[in-house]
Design a protein around this ligand. Sequence first.
Ligand SMILES: Cc1cc2nc3c(=O)[nH]c(=O)nc-3n(C[C@H](O)[C@H](O)[C@H](O)COP(=O)(O)OP(=O)(O)OC[C@H]3O[C@@H](n4cnc5c(N)ncnc54)[C@H](O)[C@@H]3O)c2cc1C
Length: 339
Amino acid sequence: MNNLFVYCEIEEGNVLDVSLELLTKGRSLANQLGCQLEAVVAGSGLKNIEKQVLPYGVDKLHVFDSEGLYPYTSLPHTAILVNLFKEEKPQICLMGATVIGRDLGPRVSSALTSGLTADCTSLEIGDHEDKKEGKTYKNLLYQIRPAFGGNIVATIVNPEHRPQMATVREGVMKKAILSADYKGKVIRHEVANYVADSDYVVSVIERHIEKAKHNLKGSPIVIAGGYGVGSRDNFNLLFDLAKVLNAEVGASRAAVDAGFADHDRQIGQTGVTVRPKLYIACGISGQIQHIAGMQESGIIISINNDPEAPINTIADYVVNGSIEEVVPKMIKFYKQNSK
Ligand SMILES: Cc1cc2nc3c(=O)[nH]c(=O)nc-3n(C[C@H](O)[C@H](O)[C@H](O)COP(=O)(O)OP(=O)(O)OC[C@H]3O[C@@H](n4cnc5c(N)ncnc54)[C@H](O)[C@@H]3O)c2cc1C
């Protein structure tokens, strides 16, 4: 009762990384709250799913395994969470800010009148004092995210209604196994007790998934270009550098909007979140919406012709110069030194 729940998404029998990241975060929040971490998995043919989930420190895994639960459709999964939460009364529910999470989260929160904060960039536990009411609420979930066009970082709390619900994008939280043989309980539910036949009204006949064209999220080195790169042609310099360093190329939103790079390479609040070992920011000023997607990088190098560029304040190394001049030199010297 009143535990922390994570809804785990499944793709071809595998739990998505975003869900495993949330289990990791959920474990540390549950420790702070002194409650249990519970996970919910719904799909078809979920053999040995507990092996993927329990090592993240899950105390209780709720399995809903039935034909019609995979691929995801809105009504059955909503019915599962709503009915399970009515029984279990969780204090917190986390899910990925994925296509599914964006559909499922609002449906569940509106059915339970609980509220939901989408795209959180940080989650913490803390108290809240309502000065007007003269009331202090203990151990609330701080749902932290940029707001008002990124001009402020807002901490959102939900003092009265439960569960406190939040979605988080992939890559924002770190994934870490707690113990390979963590002992948790597995409960296999009778799906018909939660989902009405009429909820299966939509059936998926054919499904096409386009594979990602690059491995931006998983690459240990990311070379990101901004508006300062100047043109799509100049972006080729970054691809050349990426080739010699075995890296991936990312971009700021200004570079994407200007047509210098494709949208799926955008890094930041409305793009992907990366945490490579090395991040080379080329002609990027470093606005908060961009920083949100790369600040966890191991080492940050900024190449910028403005010594006062805000990104320089978070960079480990700053190269003051133009992209056109610095990047070809980097390619030349790296090739020379790696012979
Ligand atoms: C709701 C919202 C969401 C957003 N989401 C994102 C997001 O996900 N990702 C994101 O990146 N932005 C996002 N933005 C936009 C963000 O606010 C900035 O506008 C954007 O990050 C700026 O990109 P930039 O640094 O490439 O361009 P600029 O701010 O124009 O900076 C260009 C930099 O290049 C340098 N420069 C210029 N010429 C050269 C040269 N020849 N050589 C070297 N350096 C040079 C300049 O000194 C400057 O520092 C969002 C904004 C809003 C309102």
